[in-house]
Design a binder for this molecule. Structure first.
Ligand SMILES: [Zn+2]
Length: 195
């Protein structure tokens, strides 16, 4: 299945990952549900994050990616609801970080951005590591208290509220909702046909 819309805000890699599970009217659509969807999603993300192209994911890597997304989403929702993140979700993120080849290194001393993220080699391990690293940076950083749900009617998107008056994920929020409904219908038709 090919879609021409992905719920990617391009502001925070970890939040974009969490938003790849899209719930509308109580039903979910998984924008990482197939290898084709993953490739399209990553293309959208990497243009904004200026990172490497996706290589083909093995079945195991695809499952790891979805598990990482589910874990990050669960942790974010627990933060929003004022609860504690589940041990299982934390363990999934930790496992991805442990396995990650991504390294952070110091650039030339200076006041701005001395830390550089290095992704050695190509492939799924680097991409999964980059995403896991983004999750750790988000949860360890100062933005956790300003993570919000979009206030658009029925919009499931999460975002980091960088400005106190911001209430929506994006100015085209309502349009995105219609698009997502369309894709969800398409996917359910496809599932029915496959039975
Ligand atoms: Zn929205």
């Amino acid at each position: 299945m090919v879609v021409d819309y992905y719920p990617v805000l391009g502001e925070n890699l970890a939040v974009d990952l969490a938003n790849s599970w899209y719930v509308m009217d109580g039903e979910g659509f998984d924008f990482l549900g197939t290898p084709e969807l993953v490739a399209g999603w990553w293309d959208e993300v990497r243009q904004m994050a200026a990172v490497q192209a996706m290589t083909a994911l093995s079945g195991a890597d695809h499952r790891r990616l979805v598990a990482l997304r589910d874990a990050v989403r669960a942790i974010l929702l627990s933060v929003l609801d004022g609860g504690r993140a589940g041990e299982d979700a934390l363990a999934v993120v930790t496992a991805c970080v442990t396995r990650s080849p991504v390294r952070r290194t110091l650039a030339a001393p200076g006041r701005s951005a001395p830390v550089v993220t290095v992704i050695p080699g190509e492939g799924a391990a680097g991409i999964l590591g980059l995403l896991a690293d983004a999750c750790v940076q988000l949860f360890a950083g100062p933005e956790v208290p300003v993570i919000r749900r979009c206030e658009g009617p029925g919009c499931p998107m999460l975002f980091v509220r960088h400005h106190a008056r911001r209430r929506h994920c994006h100015s085209s929020c309502a349009h995105r909702g219609r698009q997502a409904r369309y894709y969800r219908r398409q996917l359910s038709v496809r599932h029915d046909e496959a039975r």
